[in-house]
Design a protein around this ligand. Structure first.
Ligand code: C2O
Length: 553
């Protein structure tokens, strides 16, 4: 098997966007960080050395980490942070996956600047299940804060209010021509009459994004590193934590025009968000032009530049329509192994709530309380040591309790009048699953402080999205409508605003696995929980011991 070695040096670097220069945490001085390229079956070895004053961990988002949970990365879940001056080697094998994923910091809000693409090519001589593209390009969406994002979230957590929003969205770190004082635009140079594979990644902190290219149709072929039945669309929806591969067929002849590729939020929630648009330019090379490839350069807008019409900010119908079109390939070569029966059934409510304001403090959350977020009304408290270590060495006492989700729940109409008491409980609780259990989780948006979509991300597994809908989940009638044939398989799913989704997965990966909203602000408020998956009987079903350089708390 081929080994892909990377050195990631965490360093400060001065970066300028929107006429603001700031010193920020980067990998190897790059923003966005370096791209990891591997083939299915390769071993990836990333040596991370921390040269900054912040504690660091990195996460390989969507990589299954089969029996390599020590390399997964969420701080205080699978590892203690890499402290200043320390090194940790993330070592994992990519098996059974090919497509687009990404890596990002998994501690506090450092993923605002520490992120980069992961491109997993099929095994050598294995073609894509779609026509071979002429070229490939990666577009990773992010957010730019003029302020230090660490200061933004620390301030929000102290005051109990919402954080300040970012100042721009970015494509490959560049805000594009629609912001004032923006000097940097991503450009994709293309030739007429060709097909391009675009690898789209939403690494933004807090916003679902609609994406569209003016005057072009896109063919969706893969999400979250799983092939899907191809379909055409003009507009895409991509939540934080999701990736989408699309084919772009360029116009047959040189169009004598350029086209904006633009993204802006889909948002239904309360509170503030950055409602601006980031854009890159799809630039057709003039016939006989010799320059090729993609570059970043100053936004000299050409005379004819077409702009895409993006949907309304709160177009939930379009968001749902897009999600409902996603289907697994489910063919002989790429079967959809959907669990047809269920060993463990869970019903989780997810949403926002509040904590009382501490005495002698004024809080800026709802009615003078502190904002909070919860799963089943439990707002997850981060432990001070890593859950995986505590589990592996049998030292869970005082670290976590195994009583999640704590049935029975109070009956409540999730779409109707909010309850009088919007306070959450707080705790570090996990759900324990036997090895190989088939698990079904219904996740219901509570809408207690307003309906909001939540991009729920599960570490260590892909899951099948067997059902979704609006309003209250009905356990009597909804299961009969589940798709157990070709549901989309992914690692991050949007729980619809004011609705629910049902996922199924097989607990075939021993370890401790984080599940959380990929809106960083909701995670910070506690919308997270962890699964403990027990070892199986065979040696090949057990989590190996930790590597010797695993950081200590
Ligand atoms: Cu993309 Cu828990 O993370």
């Amino acid at each position: 098997k081929h080994i892909r070695n990377y050195n990631f040096d965490i360093r400060m670097k001065s970066v300028t966007r929107l006429c603001h220069t700031k010193n920020m945490v980067t990998v190897n001085g790059k923003f966005p960080g370096p791209k990891i390229v591997a083939r299915e079956g390769d071993q990836v070895v990333v040596k991370v050395t921390n040269h900054v004053s912040n504690n660091i961990t990195l996460h390989w988002h969507g990589v299954r980490q089969l029996r390599s949970g020590w390399a997964d990365g969420p701080a205080y879940i699978t590892q203690c942070p890499i402290q200043t001056g320390q090194t940790y080697v993330y070592n994992f094998t990519i098996s059974g996956q090919r497509g687009t994923l990404f890596w990002h910091a998994h501690i506090s809000w450092l993923r605002a600047t520490l992120y980069g693409p992961i491109v997993i090519l099929p095994k050598r001589h294995v073609p894509y299940p779609f026509p071979k593209p002429h070229k490939e390009a990666t577009l990773i969406f992010g957010e730019w804060f003029n302020a230090d994002p660490e200061a933004v979230i620390n301030q929000a957590l102290q005051t109990g209010g919402g954080p300040n929003v970012s100042d721009a969205y970015t494509i490959n770190g560049l805000p594009g021509p629609l912001y004032s004082c923006s000097k940097d635009t991503y450009k994709l140079k293309v030739k007429p009459g060709k097909t391009y594979l675009l690898r789209l990644i939403n690494a933004a902190l807090n916003d679902d994004l609609f994406f569209r290219i003016a005057n072009h149709t896109l063919t969706v072929v893969e999400v979250d590193a799983v092939y899907v039945k191809p379909f055409n669309t003009k507009t895409l929806l991509i939540t934080p934590g999701q990736t989408t591969n699309v084919l772009l067929s360029t116009k047959p002849n040189y169009p004598n025009a350029n086209f904006l590729m633009a993204a802006r939020p889909y948002a239904t929630g309360l509170g503030t968000f950055d409602n601006t648009t980031t854009a890159g330019i799809l630039e057709y090379e003039k016939p006989n032009s010799t320059t090729a490839g993609t570059t970043a350069s100053s936004p000299k807008l050409p005379i004819r530049l077409f702009k895409p019409k993006l949907p309304a900010l709160n177009d939930t119908a379009l968001a749902a329509k897009f999600s409902n079109r996603l289907r697994s390939l489910a063919n002989a070569q790429f079967p959809a192994n959907v669990p047809q029966s269920v060993d463990r059934r869970f019903f989780f409510t997810v949403g926002l709530g509040a904590n009382p304001c501490p005495k002698n403090q004024t809080c800026q959350g709802p009615n003078g309380t502190k904002f909070s977020a919860s799963v089943n009304n439990v707002s997850f408290i981060m432990p001070t040591t890593a859950l995986l270590q505590a589990h592996f060495f049998g030292q869970s006492k005082g670290v976590y309790t195994k009583d999640f989700p704590g049935f029975p729940l109070l009956p409540f109409n999730y779409t109707g009048t909010p309850p009088n008491n919007t306070f959450v409980t707080n705790g570090t609780k996990v759900s324990v699953l036997p090895f190989n259990a088939t698990v079904e989780v219904v996740m219901q948006d509570t809408s207690i402080l307003g309906a909001e979509s939540h991009p729920l991300h599960l570490h260590g597994f892909n899951f099948f999205v067997v059902g979704q809908g609006f309003g209250n989940y009905n356990p009597k009638t909804d299961p009969s409508k589940f798709n157990l044939v070709d549901p989309v398989e992914r690692n991050t799913v949007a729980i619809p605003s004011g609705g629910w989704v049902t996922i199924r997965f097989v607990a075939d990966n021993p370890g401790v696995w984080f599940m959380h909203c990929h809106f960083e602000v909701h995670t910070s408020w506690g919308l997270k929980m962890a699964w403990v998956v027990l070892d199986g009987k065979l040696p090949s079903q057990k989590l190996p011991p930790p590597p010797s350089d695993l950081p200590q708390c």
